[in-house]
Design a protein around this ligand. Structure first.
Ligand code: CDP
Length: 229
């Protein structure tokens, strides 16, 4: 019986890494942790408490002072994994564009990152975990046994996200999604605190021309190659 490992899936916004990570975890019986959902939940908290203005400026000091009051958890509700913010299921709300438009400045705050990275590392203490994000293979689990870096052109990613949000009944345009995707890529790559970077030992994974089934199968193969070596 092989040892459980840590799998880090990083990549650009809307690259499909979350669905890849989730289905890999399901296929191999590992836990799945969506680190982006944690940054989104903190952002929602800040928005609800009036700590972000219309120009996406964050009241950094007030948010840092509030961090001890923010509790984030994951629970399976109705068959799907939901993000719980201070006892409330916020899974739907954190996926909407207003949160997407504010999340990258919040995720650039070092104190926010320290709190969430500590939480993420605790989730991986027993291994047997798939975590997706921007800095999982570099900062959260630099010793992860399998690291994958997912990418596809911005237009391809924006189109996927648009179809996903429209399928949920949200009225969004391609242009607003593309602009959000590019804006977040820029902030995520250029922030001082653990920016989005491909870990040197990560495997590049461009899924532009893959169906969902193909990408799931390719990722599963990477896992088996790793554990059966
Ligand atoms: O929309 P998408 O699935 O691409 O993003 P997400 O994975 O939900 O992450 C939302 C945002 O959180 C990103 O744009 C980053 O600004 C931030 N994030 C981060 O800084 N570090 C992580 N490990 C995960 C997300």
């Amino acid at each position: 019986m092989e040892q459980d490992i840590i799998i880090a899936i990083d990549g650009y916004s809307s690259s499909g890494k979350s669905s890849m990570a989730r289905s890999l975890a399901r296929a191999i019986g590992y836990r799945y942790i969506d680190s982006g959902a944690m940054y989104r939940a903190v952002t929602l908290y800040a928005m609800r408490h009036g700590l972000i203005d219309a120009e996406h400026n964050v009241d950094t000091k007030a948010l840092i002072d509030s961090l001890p009051d923010i509790n984030i958890d994951f629970e399976i509700i109705g068959g799907r994994q939901s993000t719980i913010l201070n006892g409330e299921d916020v899974e739907d709300e954190i996926r909407q564009l207003p949160v997407s438009n504010n999340v990258s400045p919040v995720a650039a705050i070092p104190e926010v990152r320290h709190m969430l990275v500590t939480l993420q590392q605790a989730c991986g203490a027993k291994k047997g975990i798939v975590m997706d994000g921007r800095d999982i293979g570099t900062t959260v689990f630099p010793n992860a046994e399998l690291k994958v870096f997912v990418n596809a052109p911005a237009e391809t990613r924006a189109k996927r996200r648009m179809l996903e949000l429209r399928a949920k009944g949200q009225d969004v345009t391609f242009d607003e999604i593309l602009s959000n995707v590019k804006q977040r890529d820029f902030i995520d790559e250029n922030r001082a605190e653990s920016p989005l970077r491909r870990a040197e030992d990560a495997i590049d994974f461009d899924n532009s021309n893959m169906s969902i089934e193909e990408q799931d199968k390719a990722l599963l193969n990477l896992f088996y190659n790793k554990v059966n070596k």
